[in-house]
Design a binder for this molecule. Sequence first.
Ligand SMILES: [Zn+2]
Length: 147
Amino acid sequence: MSSQKNKPVSHNGNGGSAPSSNEKKNLSAREEKLQEIKCELVKQREIILCEAETAINALPEPTVFPDLGDQASAETDRSFMLQLRGREQRLLKKIDEAIDRIDCGTFGICEVCGEPIAINRLIARPVTTMCIACKTEQEEDEKQTGL
Ligand SMILES: [Zn+2]
């Protein structure tokens, strides 16, 4: 805990229409929590990327990259992502999706039954996309089908 960075992370890159003034003054308690979760996710994402970068830099032989010229960091990011181990990659994808869902306002809604997921569950497992009831049901199904 040495550096203090409080500047807002600008999450651009998806293009599309970004509403310019998106500041709501009266966030509900749930929305506030969601923003906290988003901060946590962004932090987690940075940690994973940082660790992955360290690991990649530690590789003995640098991969030969084609000359990308000014094909921006997106390409670099992509090839970088491809080098992440599967587990990190999957987690990173989930984190990205969760951040996207927070931005879209669809975060915390069960993708199966459409009900809001309990905030405590979201805090414990931000990348979840199902409420406890549906998740439990799914796990039961998986047990029964032997997957
Ligand atoms: Zn559900």
